[in-house]
Structure formats: structure tokens, C-alpha cells
Design a protein around this ligand. Structure first.
Ligand SMILES: *[C@@H]1O[C@H](CO)[C@@H](O)[C@H](O)[C@H]1NC(C)=O
Ligand SMILES: *[C@@H]1O[C@H](CO)[C@@H](O)[C@H](O)[C@H]1NC(C)=O
Ligand SMILES: *[C@@H]1O[C@H](CO)[C@@H](O)[C@H](O)[C@H]1NC(C)=O
Ligand SMILES: *[C@@H]1O[C@H](CO)[C@@H](O)[C@H](O)[C@H]1NC(C)=O
Length: 219
């Protein structure tokens, strides 16, 4: 078969296959809430969406577009944004009920930031505490016990796979917000994967000659 035909049938096969994929899709969940479109967009850009979809028993602490613009106004690199947003992915399931009934009123949650190994010491943990007045406060462990970010509302709960909640603002962590260098050289294969052309990118990896051609064309 001609290589392009093969590629196209492969693409068709995969696009039909995804229709039957089980499990949650964070992009789809947040897509129902326009005031979280920026957060949603950056989950995709940083590839965190894929990692979130692969995991279960997690909680996503989303922030609205206003909170995201405040973060973006500091012009962080995409790698820094990834670190910050991965701190908003708790590796445990916290539905609204559980948040308001935390044992002893306080808990430490591991995050995806901590799981990536980019976070030194306890900085990848988020402290969740039931504070006075029925409020639930959140604070990264490296933020000296400040719990000035609060639970706002639940956006979606799929027990016990994924809970998506809104918190009042971006979790302030100096460690996660530390500037991270951009990848030194952009790699076409990676760029295409990032834009949903994973199959084509994989075909390129499998075919070094074609890959060379594309690297040249794109210079
Ligand atoms: C939870 O995740 C598992 C594993 O991906 C999946 O089989 C199950 O259908 C999911 N449950 C719900 C309610 O979506
Ligand atoms: C997740 O949902 C988004 C928006 O609805 C869609 O574009 C994307 O293809 C979905 N991803 C998967 C893996 O199904
Ligand atoms: C969370 O922070 C509060 C306030 O600083 C503190 O009292 C509490 O012990 C911390 N919880 C955990 C589990 O470390
Ligand atoms: C680009 O990245 C892919 C996958 O990460 C890797 O296999 C390939 O060798 C890289 N190509 C170049 C030119 O660095």
C-alpha cells in the first residue's frame, strides 16, 4: 500500500477507536464551563490533560479565567506554567463531602508536581484544612502555612475517579513558580505530538528518512 494511504487509514482507525475510549476527559469536562477556558487551554498546552486522563483517584483544583490572567500577566514560561498547574492536580479523590469532613480537619495531599520529581522536599504537597465557618483552605507546603486559597464549588464529580473543583486563586508556590528554562531546541516531532498529530509524528520517528526531510523543510 502507498505510505500515505496507509497513514490515512491508520488515522481513520485511531479516530474511530477513540470514540470507544472509557474514562474521563478533563478537556471535555472543563469545556462545559466557559469561565475555565484558560485553565483548560493550558492543561492541553502543557500536556497535563493527557496525564490527568490516564490517572484515576485525582482531584483537579481549577481556577477561573480571571485568576489565570493574573498568573499569565507575569509572563511565565510554559515549563513554569506546567509546574504551577501540576501543583493543582491532587493525587487523591476529594469530593465536596470529603473536603468538608477531613479527619482531624487537616490533610496533606501529594500532587502531580511532587510526583514528577521536580519538587524538592515537601514543596509538592498541598495542605487542605477545614478552617472556621465551614470554609476549606488550601496552601502549598512551601508557603509557610498560609491557607488563603479557598474551595469555591464543585464542577464535576465522578467518584472515585476524578473530582474537579474550583478554588479561589492560583496556589502560591515559589518553588513551582521558579523560572524553568525553555527546552533548548524545539523538536518537530514533539511539536506535532503536542498538536494532536501523534500518529504522524510516530510515523516520522519510525521513518528516519522522512523525518530528516521534515526537519529540513521546517528550518
Ligand atoms: C473510572 O475509571 C475506570 C478506569 O479507567 C473506568 O473503568 C470506570 O468506568 C470509571 N468510572 C466512571 C464512573 O467513569
Ligand atoms: C477530549 O475532549 C476534547 C473536547 O471535547 C476532544 O477534543 C478530545 O478529542 C477528547 N480526547 C479524548 C482522548 O477523547
Ligand atoms: C496545615 O496547615 C495548618 C496551618 O498552618 C497547620 O495547622 C496544619 O497542621 C497543617 N496540616 C498538616 C497535615 O500538615
Ligand atoms: C525528537 O523527539 C523524539 C521523541 O521525543 C525523539 O525520538 C527524536 O529523536 C527527537 N528528534 C530530534 C531531531 O531531536
Amino acid at each position: 500500500m502507498h505510505r500515505l494511504t496507509l497513514l490515512l487509514s491508520l488515522l481513520f482507525f485511531l479516530s474511530t477507536a477513540t470514540t470507544f475510549t472509557r474514562g474521563h476527559n478533563i478537556t471535555h469536562i472543563l469545556g462545559k464551563h466557559p469561565s475555565f477556558s484558560t485553565f483548560n487551554h493550558y492543561l492541553t498546552l502543557t500536556h497535563l490533560a493527557g496525564e490527568i486522563n490516564r490517572r484515576t483517584t485525582i482531584t483537579i483544583c481549577a481556577v477561573d479565567n480571571a485568576a489565570m490572567s493574573e498568573l499569565l500577566s507575569k509572563h511565565p514560561s510554559i515549563a513554569t506554567i506546567k509546574n504551577i498547574l501540576s501543583l493543582h492536580v491532587l493525587l487523591d479523590y476529594f469530593g465536596t463531602k470529603k473536603l468538608h469532613q477531613i479527619r482531624e480537619g487537616t490533610a496533606l495531599a501529594a500532587t502531580m508536581f511532587q510526583a514528577t520529581g521536580s519538587a524538592p522536599g515537601s514543596s509538592g504537597f498541598v495542605n487542605i484544612t477545614d478552617v472556621k465557618g465551614g470554609k476549606v483552605g488550601f496552601g502549598p507546603e512551601d508557603n509557610e502555612g498560609n491557607l488563603d486559597v479557598f474551595y469555591v464549588k464543585s464542577l464535576e464529580e465522578i467518584p472515585y475517579n476524578i473530582s474537579v473543583i474550583q478554588i479561589s486563586k492560583v496556589l502560591p508556590s515559589d518553588v513551582a513558580a521558579a523560572p524553568t528554562p525553555e527546552p533548548s531546541a524545539m523538536n518537530l516531532t514533539d511539536i506535532m505530538s503536542a498538536h494532536g498529530c501523534k500518529v504522524f509524528a510516530d510515523a516520522l520517528i519510525a521513518n528516519p528518512e522522512a523525518s530528516k526531510t521534515y526537519q529540513v523543510i521546517n528550518k
